[in-house]
Design a protein around this ligand. Structure first.
Ligand code: DX5
Ligand code: ZN
Length: 218
């Protein structure tokens, strides 16, 4: 089985103690940073000034997930801040190929996110342009929602296309990932797992991360 990478989401962390909350997940592969603007999704989190500070103090790389309108305008700033990956939404970008190339030229991995009802097929010819494909397994906007099993066929189709393309594209799932649901997501072909409430809601976050990795098969 492929190596499972675990990205805890700071959406479920204590926003008054972010540096300490990052230290709790120092064993993770990256920290997933959910940016929401109250337009693309009905919730508001944090923005570039906070991400610039997180980048300075984080023990792990930043995986930025932009749930915002007009990512063409805002996404490059997160790459300039030093985020390891910047994921924008397919539904929100005006010129996604241009934006992905710009993110890469700034030294970030370029990611494209798909809401549950957004088909993956239009992206299958563009895999060489991106480094990460995010299949949302909840409607974006809030932590703590239930995993949508109906996304499993989409994950399988994405995995087959990535393998067939030969491109080095990470296949990320985000939403409702627990020790139970991660098994099916990994079996369908996902290799990067975002987990908010199931890691930050645990007393021992490091043990929760290790547990997710173990049941995902490595
Ligand atoms: C939801 C966010 C997720 C969220 C996941 O819109 O994109 O990253 O933090 O939280 P859980 O793991 O609790 O579903
Ligand atoms: Zn997210």
């Amino acid at each position: 089985t492929r190596h499972a990478r675990i990205h805890p989401s700071i959406l479920s962390a204590d926003f008054a103690n972010l540096e300490a909350e990052l230290a709790r997940i120092a064993d993770a592969d990256s920290v997933h940073v959910d940016i929401m603007d109250n337009h693309f999704v009905p919730n508001l989190t944090l923005g570039l000034p906070v991400v610039e500070r997180l980048q300075q103090v984080s023990p792990v790389p930043l995986d930025v997930h932009l749930m915002i309108a007009d990512p063409d305008r805002w996404a490059p700033g997160y790459a300039e801040a030093g985020a390891a990956s910047v994921t924008f939404h397919a539904e929100a970008a005006t010129a996604p190929i241009r934006l992905a190339r710009q993110l890469r030229s700034l030294g970030a991995r370029a990611g494209v996110g798909l809401r549950p009802a957004t088909p993956v097929e239009p992206w299958l010819d563009l895999l060489a342009e991106i480094d990460l494909l995010l299949v949302m397994t909840v409607e974006p906007g809030f932590g703590g929602q239930a995993f949508l099993d109906v996304m499993l066929p989409k994950i399988r189709r994405a995995r087959a296309a990535v393998d067939g393309s030969g491109a080095q594209v990470a296949l990320q799932v985000d939403g409702g990932i627990t020790r139970e649901t991660i098994v099916a997501a990994a079996d369908a072909g996902a290799d990067v797992f975002v987990a908010g409430s199931s890691v930050y809601g645990a007393d021992d976050a490091a043990a929760a991360i290790a547990g997710l990795r173990e049941v995902a098969g490595g």
